[in-house]
Write a protein that binds this ligand. Structure first.
Ligand SMILES: NC(=O)C1=CN([C@@H]2O[C@H](COP(=O)(O)OP(=O)(O)OC[C@H]3O[C@@H](n4cnc5c(N)ncnc54)[C@H](O)[C@@H]3O)[C@@H](O)[C@H]2O)[C@@H](O)CC1
Ligand SMILES: Nc1ncnc2c1ncn2[C@@H]1O[C@H](COP(=O)(O)OP(=O)(O)O)[C@@H](O)[C@H]1O
Ligand SMILES: [K+]
Length: 531
């Protein structure tokens, strides 16, 4: 599970309400920072510089300093305080007291600066240049505004320094609520976080700014979580494995679903074939490609196990949709940005099928009344549809969205995907380097296993295919989308760079195979007991 900075602060407060000593939490956090800092030195001797901010993030830094000094390392501490404490204080005196207690335990020298000071001076510059590991304990969950003045300059100096940088909780400047950076931010080699990661650690730019991520347990537990918080997870197999398709011993191919894919016209049939082929190879029982008569022979020349059906107009499409055995439909890949794609998308949504709308089925709603028609059909659909937009498609479809939480500005891809999912009651797979999968009930997942070479022509068509395949085999829309996105990234990782969408489509079945519980079950074996 992932928690925003605000939720983490709530966890902290709940812990205190439940009788957990907040200073002990800080001591555990500081010790974890020290452990990670030592690892960064890689068994060499060296100097640590702790840059400590005015809040509890700085307190963690002070505890780490004392711990490191106790282990015999040379440590320099610089504390940045608010000049007029009363005017600038966070208002939470208990938090300030913990940080002050931490500094009271620090036995070494503290160089004190005020945040109002205008420039990084020579002394500070030298301390940065002479250190081997810089511990960034400036700001964590309590960051309220962009870094300015002295700290902004300081961050720029640190980012240019040769020292390794260890960020405490988050790299200072990364906002744990908006998940973004407004202005400058520390670029860390390693980030140590406590209890649970934040979405900002896995969304860009945070994912890159954090460097390696480590998680330390400091005495918090599920007992401090609010069960009403919508689930946000890192998309990993543990999350979707229990939902993967299970095959009955006497199962029929129709038990594993029948996927219908709408082909593009003669000059653009490849995309839908990639989707269809992937859907079949990832386990769907049957796949049919509905193709115009003029494209039929081109499609036929490339397909064997995927079936073909002629379909020249919306009436024929609706007739095909009447087949009750077809349980899942893909519309969009290579289909064309036109009225026919709009009509076929609406008909699919109205036909009580699981629907994956991708590519042109997301781009063809060019005016407001078109979009309203789509949104109405999505809201009325019997099954939760799955939309798979990349950034351009998302912006065309959803434009300016409000997620009802206007205090969090600017909104990240996570906020936008969740808002879109809620608006149209569909699962939204917001594709990118940090693909977000959002469900209408507020659940969300951030995917982090996809390598950059996955961005290749046709990769999206393959993704639509695997998601539809899993959906056809009985997985819920959200779980099918999460599993499909992860498997897609994993297949690309296994292939390595360079890679084409065709390679991806042929590799995906191996990923499904490796994860599927059915391959561990030993079907077809007859146990013969001899006495
Ligand atoms: N369970 C938890 O949540 C725990 C949290 N701990 C630490 O506590 C941190 C959160 O502490 P706080 O809530 O005190 O917050 P921070 O220490 O992140 O910062 C708050 C202080 O910074 C000031 N400030 C915020 N943005 C500023 C800006 N742009 N320029 C100048 N000043 C700014 C605020 O006025 C306030 O004084 C976490 O990040 C973590 O490191 C740990 O001590 C262990 C337990
Ligand atoms: N930098 C990146 N790192 C990892 N995955 C990426 C990156 N950029 C794009 N992707 C993924 O590549 C796929 C591209 O899909 P899409 O944009 O629909 O391409 P196409 O339309 O060519 O099929 C998506 O799954 C997306 O999440
Ligand atoms: K920090």
């Amino acid at each position: 599970m992932l928690l925003s900075a605000a939720q983490m602060q709530r966890v902290d407060a709940t812990a205190v309400e439940q009788g957990i000593n907040s200073f002990e939490l800080m001591c555990s956090a500081g010790q974890a920072v020290a452990d990670t800092a030592v690892e960064l030195l890689q068994n060499r001797s060296g100097t640590f510089l702790v840059l400590a901010g005015p809040g509890n993030n700085g307190g963690d830094g002070a505890i780490a300093a004392q711990e490191l000094a106790g282990r015999g390392y040379q440590v320099v501490v610089v504390r940045f305080l608010v000049e007029a404490e009363a005017g600038m204080a966070s208002g939470n005196e208990a938090e300030l007291r913990d940080a002050d207690r931490a500094f009271a335990q620090w036995r070494g020298v503290t160089f004190a600066y005020t945040l109002q000071q205008e420039q990084v001076d020579q002394q500070l510059r030298e301390m940065i240049d002479q250190s081997d590991v810089i511990i960034d304990a400036l700001f964590g969950a309590g960051l309220k505004r962009p870094l300015q003045g002295l700290v902004a300059q300081l961050v720029e100096q640190v980012n240019m320094a040769c020292a390794k940088v260890l960020a405490v909780d988050v790299p200072s400047g990364l906002n744990g609520n908006t998940h973004g950076v407004d202005g400058v931010c520390i670029k860390a080699d390693t980030t140590v976080t406590f209890f649970l990661h934040k979405p900002a650690h896995f969304l860009y730019p945070g994912r890159e700014l954090c460097g390696r991520k480590t998680l330390a347990q400091i005495g918090l537990s599920k007992a401090q979580l609010n069960p009403d918080w919508p689930l946000c997870v890192l998309n990993e197999p543990d999350f979707f494995l229990p939902a993967l398709p299970v095959l009955g011993q006497e199962g029929h191919k129709f038990d594993r679903g029948h996927v219908l894919v709408r082909s593009g016209p003669l000059q653009s049939t490849g995309a839908s074939r990639l989707s269809a082929q992937t859907a079949l190879e990832c386990g769907a029982g049957l796949v049919t490609l509905a193709s115009s008569n003029e494209a039929l022979s081109v499609n036929a020349a490339h397909l064997t196990a995927v079936m073909l059906k002629p379909c020249d107009n919306i009436s024929q499409w609706q007739l095909i949709l009447q087949d009750q055995r077809i349980n899942t439909v893909i519309v969009g890949p290579g289909n064309g940005v036109d009225a026919a794609t709009r009509g076929c998308s609406l008909a699919a949504l109205q036909a009580d099928k699981h629907c994956v709308l991708d590519a042109d089925a997301l781009s063809c709603w060019t005016n407001t009344s078109d979009r309203e028609q789509l949104f109405e059909a999505l809201l009325a659909a019997r099954y939760t549809a799955i939309l798979t937009p990349h950034t351009g498609e998302f912006e065309r479809l959803f434009g300016e969205l409000s997620d009802g939480n206007d205090q969090v500005q600017p909104r990240s891809r996570l906020h936008l995907a969740c808002a879109a999912a809620r608006l149209v009651k569909a699962v939204v797979v917001f594709k990118g380097a940090d693909t977000v999968i959002a469900a209408p009930d507020g659940r969300s997942a951030i995917n982090a296993n996809a390598p950059p070479w996955l961005a290749t022509a046709g990769a999206g068509d393959v993704l639509a295919g695997v998601i539809a395949s899993l959906s056809a085999q009985g997985m819920s829309a959200f779980e099918a989308a999460c599993a499909g996105v992860w498997m897609h990234g994993q297949a690309a990782m296994e292939l390595g760079y360079p890679m084409s969408a065709e390679h991806l489509a042929t590799r995906l079945p191996q990923v499904v195979h490796a994860l599927s519980p059915v391959n561990k079950k030993g079907f077809g074996e007859t146990e013969l007991v001899k006495r």
